[in-house]
Ligand binder design. Structure first.
Ligand code: KG4
Ligand code: ZN
Length: 361
């Protein structure tokens, strides 16, 4: 099977469109995939002003961007011949934001007569690791995905394409949210992950001993809200000790940032790595995939790789290209391709946003 699939992603604060060439008729049987076109237009600068994503603002910003990006990736004189199938994120995400992408996809499906598939955004994140050519060869089931993003922290057991079981999840904040909320407490702005990880580079991660919530709990679940409380208390303590320059825009002295950020990052990573290894041993898996926005974190990538090598040497460790860790349409097109290959298509009239969609239900 050879086809070009158009991917559309508008679930949160990135508008993204991709064209992916997929060929399943290869000598090895491992599909070849080529990202032909890919544009990601981020609204981060718009939302940074508010300290987080404002749903109504996100949806309104997607409207002109979606039209403009779609028209720029399709052939000018024969746009509907550019693709053979359409994949669009149907959920989870912000309802009105999702609907912008879905309506564009429905219009294209209706006018072109080409098949349409609604994609679970979380499945898209898993597929982001499949976009790396060497990873496709080492994609051996069962795969355990540690899916860490701004909205989700899940350990997903993937027994086959489309066959998911969530074996661990967060009871409160997601890992990305823990980074974002910590950064907010430190006056660092949104999104927090990249800011904290950059400052952490120069810091001592043992300087502060933040809690590792639920690390020794019997379940594979996570909890990050206690960490936030501990950071708030530490910030108050540092403030009381003084030393802040009067004109500073930050709540605490600059010198405290590297050690604080390194210690926060260490607490989050320790829990993620510990629970992933525990899950991989409980459900003997052949492959571990680290995906979602937080998978862009270099320290997490290194620590998980080292621990897997040491404790589970026969298990493959896969991760996306860091540029495809955060939301993008190439990963949605890739997950869409899995469904097209299996013949699982949607009727365009029936597709609707599913803001609360999860995996494995
Ligand atoms: O997957 P994503 O783009 O959006 C959701 O589906 O939620 O993930 C965004 C999240 C944000 O919370 C952001 O702070 C976090 O990913 N993130 C990072 C890094 N880059 C992005 N967290 C830690 N380290 C990073 N380098
Ligand atoms: Zn995402």
């Amino acid at each position: 099977m050879k086809f070009t699939i158009l991917g559309i992603e508008t679930s949160c604060d990135e508008t993204s469109i991709a064209l992916l060439d997929v060929n399943t008729e290869t000598e090895t049987g491992v599909p070849s995939v080529h990202i032909k076109e890919h544009i990601v237009s981020s609204q981060i600068d718009i939302h940074a002003k508010y300290g987080g994503v404002i749903p109504e603002v996100a949806a309104r910003s997607h409207v002109p961007e979606t039209v403009s990006l779609i028209t720029s990736v399709l052939k000018k004189n024969d746009p509907l011949s550019t693709f053979d199938a359409i994949a669009v994120t149907k959920g989870p995400g912000l309802a009105t934001a999702l609907r912008v992408g879905i309506q564009a996809a429905q219009t294209l499906a209706w006018t072109s007569g080409k098949p349409l598939v609604g994609v679970n955004h979380l499945e898209g994140h898993i597929a982001s690791a499949w976009l790396v050519p060497e990873n496709r060869e080492r994609w051996v089931f069962p795969v355990l995905a540690l899916l860490v993003s701004g909205g989700h922290t899940e350990l997903v057991l993937m027994k086959d394409y489309g066959d998911y079981e969530v074996i661990g999840t967060t009871r409160d904040d997601a890992a990305g949210e823990a980074f974002d909320k910590s950064a907010k407490l430190l006056g660092l702005g949104y999104p927090g992950g990249p800011k904290i990880s950059k400052l952490a580079l120069e810091g001592n991660d043992q300087a502060f001993n933040f809690p590792r919530p639920m690390i020794h709990d019997v379940s594979l679940d996570f909890s990050f809200s206690g960490l936030k409380t501990a950071i708030r208390q530490e910030v108050e303590r540092i403030k009381k000790n003084g030393g802040l320059q009067e004109e500073s825009q930050y709540p605490i002295p600059d010198t405290q940032y590297p050690d604080l950020c390194a210690s926060i990052q260490r607490a989050i990573i320790d829990v993620l790595v510990y629970k992933t290894i525990k899950a991989a041993k409980t459900y003997p898996v052949k492959t571990i995939a680290l995906v979602g926005g937080v998978s862009a974190n270099k320290q997490l990538r290194e620590d998980l790789a080292d621990t897997i090598k040491r404790e589970l040497p026969s298990v493959h460790f896969l991760k996306p290209d860091p540029s495809l860790s955060t939301d993008n349409a190439a990963m949605i097109a890739a997950a869409g391709a899995w469904h097209v290959i299996k013949g699982e298509l949607d009727h365009w009239e029936e597709l609707d946003a599913e803001p609360e969609l999860d995996l494995g239900l």
